[in-house]
Ligand binder design. Sequence first.
Ligand code: ZN
Ligand code: ZN
Ligand code: ZN
Length: 356
Amino acid sequence: MRLFACDHCGQVLHFDNRQCVRCGHRLGFVTEQLAMHAVEIDSDNQWRIVGAPQSTVRFCANAALDICNWLVATDDPHEFCVACRHNRLVPNTGTDEGLSRWRRIGQAQRHLFYSLLRLRIPIPNREQDPQGGLVFDFLEDEIGSDGSIMPAMTGHEEGLIAIRAAEADDLTREQARTSMNEPYRTLLGHFRHETGHFVWNKLVRDRNAFDAFRVVFGDERLDYGSALQFYYDNGPAQGWQLNFISAYASAHPWEDFAECFAHYLHIVDTLEMARAFGIAIDVRGHEGMAAEVDFDPYRATNAAQLVEAWIPLSVAINSIQHSMGQPDSYPFVLSPAVVTKLEYMHGLVQQGPYQP
Ligand SMILES: [Zn+2]
Ligand SMILES: [Zn+2]
Ligand SMILES: [Zn+2]
């Protein structure tokens, strides 16, 4: 993610801003430019981008409930923006809890879409690809007659991504994180991981690109159900840290791929923000601990370039977090085997040739 500037007054804007804090202009996100703009009302539902009088736009239909602030071209027949038009089941907007959950979920979802659009990853919806297009269900938990909670399941199947809406609540998500013994659990992380499964379908399976995948991740024909069951019964194998980015990645090659895709986005997107702030790391007396993001991370030469900047930066961010009494922001270690997987991922999403 990067920073933006108000078209009216030049104030620095953040991706989640709805209004310029200096001049009060309403802000909307133009997906064609992947940029935030100040807008002024034209007529009825039509808005104009400040400084571009010819450009008429309208807000995504989900702006009515302050869930989304992405813009749609006036000649676009769709009432929703390019992110929200992938939604099928959404939280109950009749309750404050449902609205607040959906606002958090939508924010994380649009952050994911920013990265997908930046990387030009194909994201057909179900109108364009009825069998395997990308579609989201945000599911409520079921409450049994005795008051017991049946948690909705987060997961992916043939382009359908289900997100447990209750994970928008910090308490629920933190309980899930500690009970699963995970070092990191966020809504954005869920979106990035589950989308990794969709990307595997589209860029590996549907392109019959199994050979290169299996060289790096192993054979995904290993029975998925029993592999997962084995993982939940026995935990990860000793020494998993040498080969996997997370314990869960060791459960099955599909999960390994989804985890690596999520981490590729974590790294690229955080480096882009570090670049926007001009952050450079230079630890006196430690030559290996220097980094400057003097390149566009979304168009990096290779994953090695990303990793070279990411390791010093993530160590610095973790240390800064500790000074605030917070846990690691990035509680992971990039082993050489994981860097090889990220190199594969880079080649795949950038559509370049992959050379092991
Ligand atoms: Zn402004
Ligand atoms: Zn929208
Ligand atoms: Zn998964």
